[in-house]
Design a protein around this ligand. Structure first.
Ligand code: PEP
Ligand code: MN
Length: 338
C-alpha cells in the first residue's frame, strides 16, 4: 500500500501517523522523503488495513493499494488450484467438469424425480433445484421451502446425484443439513451476516456473482466465508447487469480467466440465468468450457411452458441431452471429463 502525504507535512504529525499504522500486526512503514512530498510504503499483510481509515487523516493526500484486499482467496498465497471433493467422490476444480442441472424451482415430487433421472442419464453429475426462491415480486411463486428440500433429498436418494440448493437467510441454514452444496444467489452475494454463518459450516458453498458486482467485491464475499474457516467456496458467474437488453444479463466470460488468474477457487458458469434464453445456453456453455470453467449450471425443466419460475430459460431434457453430447468434445479439448 502506498500512502502519499500532503506537501510540507510536519515531521511530528508524520511520525505519530506511522506509529498508528504500525499498530496493524505484521505491517511496517518505509518512508521515502522527497523535497516536497513524503511517500510511505506499507509492506506486509495489508489485507486488514482500512483504506478509509488512512484517508481520514488530514495529512494524507492519496492512498493506493498495490496488493489485493483478499488473502485466503488469493492465488498469490495459495498457488495450487483448490479441488473440492463431495462425499460421493465427485471433485470440483480438478480435471472433472461438473454439470449442475435441474429446474429453477422444485415444484413436485414427480417433477424433480423425472428431471433428476433424465439429467443424470444425459451425464449431469449434480442436481440443482430451488426450494427457497428469491423472486422480484412477492406475488410470484416463492418455492416449496422446507418441503422443496425434502423432495430434493428424495430425488438424491432415487438417483444418487448430490444436490445444490439456494439459502436466503441465516434462519434457513438448518434445513440444509443434508444438502451437498449450499448456493448463495446473486441477490445475497453481499449478505455479510449470511456469509459469516456459512463460514462456520463444513460444506461447499456455491457463491454466485452479485447482479452488478465487481470481481473484487465477489472475491471479498468469498473471503468472508473463507475467513470464518470454510475454505470450500465455488464461484459461479451468472451474468451481470449491463446496458444490453436482448439477454436477461450479460455473461462476463472474461471473468473466468480473470478469476483463474486471481484465485485458486473453482469457477462455474451459469448460461441459463446469464442469458434467459434457451438457444443461447449451448453456445455459451461451450464458450465457458473453452474459457477454462470447471463446471456449468444449467436449468432443465420437464415442461418449461408450465414452469413456476424461469421457464423461458429452461431447456427440455431432450435439448439438455443434445447439449451434453456436444459439450463432450469441448471438454476433451480442455483435457477435462464429466
Ligand atoms: C437460481 O439459481 O435459480 C437463481 C435465482 O440464480 P441467481 O441468484 O443467479 O439469479
Ligand atoms: Mn432460476
Amino acid at each position: 500500500m502506498v500512502i502519499v502525504l500532503k506537501p510540507h507535512t510536519a515531521r511530528e504529525a508524520r511520525d505519530q501517523f506511522i506509529k498508528e499504522l504500525e499498530c496493524y500486526n505484521g505491517v511496517s512503514a518505509h518512508i521515502t522523503e522527497g523535497s516536497m512530498v513524503t511517500i510511505i510504503g506499507l509492506v506486509g499483510d495489508t489485507s486488514k488495513v482500512d483504506q478509509d481509515f488512512i484517508l481520514a487523516h488530514d495529512i494524507v493526500e492519496r492512498v493506493t493499494r498495490v496488493q489485493e484486499p483478499y488473502k485466503m482467496a488469493n492465488r498469490k498465497f495459495h498457488p495450487k488450484d483448490t479441488v473440492i471433493a463431495l462425499k460421493n467422490g465427485l471433485t470440483i476444480g480438478g480435471d472433472q467438469l461438473v454439470v449442475m442441472a435441474g429446474p429453477c424451482s422444485v415444484e413436485s415430487k414427480d417433477q424433480i424425480i423425472e428431471v433428476a433421472q433424465k439429467v443424470k442419464a444425459s451425464g449431469a453429475n449434480i442436481l440443482r433445484g430451488g426450494a427457497f426462491k428469491p423472486r422480484t415480486s412477492p406475488y410470484s411463486f416463492q418455492g416449496l421451502r422446507a418441503e422443496g428440500i425434502e423432495l430434493l433429498l428424495e430425488a438424491k436418494a432415487a438417483t444418487g446425484l448430490p444436490i445444490v440448493s439456494e439459502v436466503m437467510s441465516v434462519a434457513q441454514i438448518p434445513f440444509f443439513k443434508d444438502v451437498d452444496i449450499i448456493q448463495v444467489g446473486a441477490r445475497n452475494m453481499q449478505n455479510f451476516e449470511l456469509l459469516k454463518e456459512l463460514g462456520h459450516l463444513d460444506k461447499p458453498i456455491l457463491l454466485k456473482r452479485g447482479l452488478s458486482s465487481t470481481i473484487e467485491e465477489w472475491l471479498m464475499s468469498a473471503e468472508y466465508i473463507m475467513s470464518g474457516g470454510n475454505e470450500q467456496v465455488i464461484l459461479c458467474e451468472r451474468g451481470i447487469r449491463t446496458y444490453e437488453t436482448f439477454t436477461r444479463n450479460t455473461l462476463d466470460l472474461s471473468a473466468v480467466p480473470v478469476l483463474k488468474h486471481l484465485t485458486h477457487l473453482p469457477v462455474v458458469v451459469d448460461p441459463s440465468h446469464a442469458t434467459g434464453i434457451t438457444w443461447l445456453v449451448e453456445p455459451l456453455a461451450k464458450a465457458a468450457i473453452a474459457a477454462g470453467a470447471d463446471g456449468l449450471m444449467i436449468e432443465v425443466h420437464n415442461d418449461p411452458a408450465r414452469a413456476l419460475s424461469d421457464g423461458a430459460q429452461s431447456v427440455k431434457p431432450e435439448m439438455f441431452d443434445g447439449i451434453m453430447t456436444s459439450l463432450k468434445r469441448y471438454a476433451d479439448m480442455e483435457g477435462k471429463h464429466f
